[in-house]
Design a protein around this ligand. Structure first.
Ligand code: RP5
Length: 153
């Protein structure tokens, strides 16, 4: 992690990586300094907490968290930081991601996770939303977001 890293993308399993490629591409396109980690809320709870605390202290401003099945990861990250957390439900398993969607979106009051959709638009929107948050204080990202929006006309 460098001191410039402002977005952290955490996934619950290496098997989630392919689904996240569109997010990685967009973050690069917006000129955002990001990093990624594979850390499971269930299988590596201690390592996950240590990483979130370290990333938080070192200057990460937005966390993106992707997980499938019961998908505790985004909520657990939100428990350890007051920075914005964006959750991506990963499709798969017998319920095709609806389980992950409901797990991530239904956070109890006071500890929100901004949740995007289950399909391929989910990772895209997570990256755009992270860029929108950062654009509040970063003029370069704001301009790139405007260009991105214009390119969709
Ligand atoms: C979740 O369980 C992961 O985020 C992944 O989407 C799902 C399956 O994980 P693996 O069995 O592929 O490691 O924790």
């Amino acid at each position: 992690m460098t001191s410039n890293t402002v977005v952290s993308v955490v996934m619950g399993s290496k098997s989630d990586e392919g689904h996240l490629e569109p997010a990685f591409k967009l973050l690069d396109g917006f000129g955002i300094d990001w990093e990624t980690r594979v850390l499971s809320a269930h299988r590596q709870p201690d390592e996950l907490r240590a990483y979130i605390q370290e990333a938080d202290q070192k200057g990460v401003r937005v966390f993106i968290a992707a997980a499938g099945l019961s998908a505790a990861l985004p909520g657990v990250i939100a428990a350890h930081t007051i920075k914005p957390v964006i959750g991506i439900p990963v499709p798969g398993g017998p319920l095709k991601g609806v389980d992950a969607l409901l797990s991530i979106v239904q956070m109890p009051g006071g500890i929100p996770v901004a949740t995007v959709g289950v399909g391929s638009h989910g990772p895209k929107n997570a990256a755009v939303l992270a860029a929108e948050i950062l654009s509040l204080t970063d003029e370069g990202i704001r301009k790139k977001l405007e260009e991105y929006r214009n390119s969709m006309k």
